[in-house]
Design a protein around this ligand. Structure first.
Ligand SMILES: [Zn+2]
Length: 298
């Protein structure tokens, strides 16, 4: 499943061809993905201009010039690719698990015309857990997909006091608390594992123990907050650089592999200098947690 840094990389890849561009034609090849497309989806988009392409959590939000927003979620296996007229195909976004290139799974083709020229933006999704909708921009914040989302782990919005307010009194394990989208929006399994390793915190520790009696964040929560921001921003930077490489080269670049420290590295040496222990995998809430038992004792 793409995580927030991958979605942000997709957004940055699509931005040059979509922002300020018009939808000239939409090929909608199915009535549904995970959910049904909205009624008259193609007709309502045709002729509209994209004012800006933004993101909230793992949702891409194309704000349109008629007060609506095209909101899309990649689900498990969704991806976009760009086919500029007369140029080579580009694949914005880099994923730990490779994306499909099978044309049978191209479900929507957006024909765009804008400052960057004409291009086709193609949505491919073999498992069809992704979805799209048209939502009035003014109602986005109250929409069920958005209204209970927590703070973004990017930019300056995430700070230790905000997390302390949300984790205070929670007996849930730290891993589960950080995966809760009402706490932090868009943070997924990979980057929770990575941030906990970096902060040297056990994923099993009760989340409320990171908050002092006065409701202030303890030192380890201060550290964890900084580490969450760092793992996310480094992943976005890595995605961005691979995207630039991709555009500059012959279009055959493979998928960027994030330099994970513990995620998906069961049985491998912990990369912390002098540690010498081995990365373990445990299962929490039905999902794999990767950790170093020596670095993450507390
Ligand atoms: Zn270690």
């Amino acid at each position: 499943m793409p995580e927030l840094p991958e979605v942000e990389t997709v957004r940055r890849g699509l931005q040059p061809v979509m922002e300020d561009a018009r939808f000239t034609r939409i090929e909608q090849r199915r009535v549904d993905l995970r959910f049904a497309f909205p009624e008259d989806f193609a007709r309502r988009l045709e002729g509209r201009r994209v004012v800006s392409l933004g993101r909230r959590a793992k949702y891409l939000i194309a704000e349109l010039d008629d007060g609506m927003a095209l909101v899309s979620h990649l689900g498990m296996s969704g991806s976009f690719r760009i086919e500029p007229d007369g140029a080579q195909e580009l694949k914005p976004g880099v994923f730990h698990h490779p994306r499909s290139k099978d044309g049978r799974h191209d479900h929507v083709v957006f024909h765009m015309d804008g400052p960057a020229g004409r291009a086709r933006v193609i949505y491919n999704d073999p498992r069809r857990f992704g979805y799209m909708d048209l939502i009035a921009r003014a109602t986005l914040a109250e929409h069920p997909w958005f209204r209970s989302l927590g703070v973004e782990p990017t930019g300056n919005s995430l700070d230790a006091q905000t997390l302390a307010d949300r984790l205070s009194g929670k007996a849930a394990p730290l891993k589960a608390a950080l995966l809760d989208q009402r706490v932090i929006a868009g943070l997924g399994n990979i980057y929770v594992c990575e941030a906990l390793w970096r902060a040297g915190l056990s994923p099993l520790k009760p989340a409320g123990r990171l908050v002092g009696k006065s409701g202030r964040p303890r030192k380890d929560l201060e550290r964890l907050t900084a580490d969450i921001r760092t793992v996310i921003s480094e992943a976005i930077a890595a995605g961005g650089s691979s995207l630039r490489d991709h555009i500059q080269t012959d279009g055959t670049m493979g998928y960027f592999q994030h330099g994970f420290s513990v995620y998906d590295r069961e049985g491998k040496a912990c990369p912390r200098p002098g540690c010498g222990d081995t990365v373990r995998r445990i299962v929490q809430g039905g999902r794999s947690t990767f950790l170093c038992p020596r670095c993450q004792k507390h």
